[in-house]
Design a protein around this ligand. Structure first.
Ligand code: ATP
Length: 303
């Protein structure tokens, strides 16, 4: 009997996992299918560049009902400031981004943006209010121009170039055989990690959303590229409500508030200086870091 039961229970588990994945996929497809009209964010939308605080209050959430990642979870990201999330893998950092973008809804609790419940925003309002720069930038097969215009189809040539300059990628684009019309992606030119990131930053500058969700890459870049990416990010974050999943010490040092997360909980919060003198996970993450390497750009060990 056991020969039969074990494979069957295994299959049942896989089936439940499969169903969860389908549900998640359906949500994502629904979100993606709704066309954003970012050129004209409705005037009643209460988001403004520097008045857009984000609150997560009393959140319960799990990817499956019987395994809650967050319970009575609170987080406040102040308007126009930089909030950094740090913590080991699986702490729940990306899940916060998933909730804010409406990919998932909490089982309990309240999320508000600019004082208004996230449920009261249409998907297109949400998408237009938030620029997300992921760890791995997705560039589709097409020209650099196509890849930038996706952020805002009505963009003018001047605006596009200004954004590329602010993202420290314009000069590089001019060195390419066809400038902004150079084909990239599968059959076109392959771009380095740093170049892709700066294209993503230019896209976010063009989008000009009041909220920025930034998933800082863990991969080390050469120090010159690192410097350009950091300068580009500084421009991008100015006056926006930024939440950054941070891996680099230099980023964390400049954050206005740091939340240290572990297994779905916030275990510490404060500025870098405050947290450095407080015994706890933050100190351990930092000391691991300092021992770990002497790279030009120090990377917090979060895995
Ligand atoms: P990392 O630094 O590795 O990206 P993180 O702090 O961002 O980690 P999350 O990605 O938010 O952590 O994951 C939190 C927990 O939720 C983990 O246990 C993860 O396995 C689980 N999880 C994340 N996404 C999903 C999903 N789509 N379906 C099921 N479980 C998920």
């Amino acid at each position: 009997v056991n020969h039969l039961v074990y494979p069957l229970t295994g299959m049942a588990g896989q089936w439940a996992g499969f169903q969860r994945s389908i549900t998640a996929l359906e949500r994502i497809v629904n979100v993606l299918e709704e066309k954003p009209t970012c050129e004209k964010l409705p005037s009643h939308v209460a988001v403004h560049q520097i008045h857009t605080p984000i609150h997560l209050q009393n959140i319960s959430f799990g990817y499956s009902e019987d395994d809650l990642l967050f319970q009575q979870f609170h987080l406040h990201a102040p308007a126009g400031k930089v909030t950094a999330l740090v913590g080991p893998s699986g702490a729940g950092k990306s899940t916060i981004f998933n909730l804010l973008q409406g990919f998932y809804s909490p089982a309990k609790g309240y999320i508000s943006i600019a004082g208004r419940s996230i449920g009261d925003y249409s998907i297109s309002e949400l998408r237009c209010s938030i620029a997300h720069v992921p760890q791995e930038t997705f560039l589709f097969a097409g020209t650099i121009r196509d890849n930038l215009q996706i952020a805002r189809p009505d963009v003018t040539e001047e605006e596009m170039e200004a954004a590329a300059k602010q993202a420290y990628i314009h000069d590089f684009i001019l060195t390419l055989p066809n400038g902004y019309d150079t084909h990239i992606g599968e059959r076109g030119l392959k771009l380095s990690g740093g170049e892709r990131q700066r294209i993503a930053i230019a896209r976010a500058i063009l989008k000009d959303a009041p909220i920025l969700l930034l998933d800082e890459p863990t991969s080390a870049l050469d120090s010159e590229t690192e410097h350009s990416v950091r300068e580009a990010l500084k421009t991008l974050m100015k006056d926006r409500t930024t939440i950054i999943i941070a891996h680099r010490l230099s980023t964390i040092q400049h954050a206005d508030v740091i939340f240290v997360m572990d297994q779905g909980r916030i275990v510490q919060q404060g500025t870098h200086e405050q947290l450095l003198i407080e015994p706890g996970l933050y100190q351990r993450l930092c000391s691991k870091q300092f021992q770990a390497d002497q790279l030009p750009e120090l990377t917090l060990m979060t895995t």
